[in-house]
Design a protein. Structure first.
Length: 189
């Protein structure tokens, strides 16, 4: 039995999840392309580039490989250094001896996390909610509303408000306008 959302925040989050689980808009749908946000993550920091390399090499993400190959081609065309991560990936991607084996798809976790961060961003911009949970404050936090709405949606994402907040702390700055904060390393700091 489905229960009605208790607050306007929960109703908004439930509607947002329904809308963005559809193939047309679908940040939470498997067919959604994350190339632009993946590109920003690669260009932001070598750890972001290394994560995309892992998605491409270890988990067979075609999108991650495309983003990496495009950035490599652009840098070569501008006669810029590839750097250690992209340079090593370029060498490995051309090495005929390397064996790319598909495995459990960690890219799906990245996809899910970007969807969750998108929902939190929508709650922040729509209602001005704080990200982190504070039991003493009203209204509820975006992480609490998102966690409850994701569990209620029945799309296989059950996560605590702390888990939602950790995802926001890692990927949230990617949604903010302008350059990423100086020194931002997400969870790598």
């Amino acid at each position: 039995m489905t229960t009605l959302p208790a607050t306007i925040y929960e109703a908004f989050a439930a509607d947002w999840i329904r809308q963005y689980s559809e193939p047309a808009l679908g940040v939470l749908h498997p067919s959604y392309s994350f190339k632009s946000i993946m590109r920003r993550w690669v260009l932001h920091h070598p750890y972001g580039a290394d994560e995309m390399v892992m998605f491409a090499e270890d988990y067979g993400s075609h999108e991650a490989d495309q983003v990496l190959q495009e950035i490599i081609a652009e840098r070569i065309d501008r006669d810029q250094s590839l750097g250690a991560v992209l340079g090593a990936y370029d060498i490995r991607s051309h090495n005929p001896v390397r064996n790319r084996k598909p495995g459990p798809n960690k890219f799906d976790n990245f996809r899910r996390d970007i969807g969750i961060a998108s929902l939190v961003y929508a709650l922040i911009t729509e209602f001005g909610l704080a990200v982190h949970h504070n039991p003493a404050s009203r209204p509820p936090s975006a992480s609490t509303v998102a966690a409850a709405a994701l569990a209620e949606a029945g799309i296989g994402i059950v996560i605590s408000h702390r888990g939602v907040a950790k995802i926001w702390d890692r990927y949230g700055p990617l949604f903010m306008p302008g350059p990423l904060p100086e020194g931002y390393l997400g969870p790598f700091a």
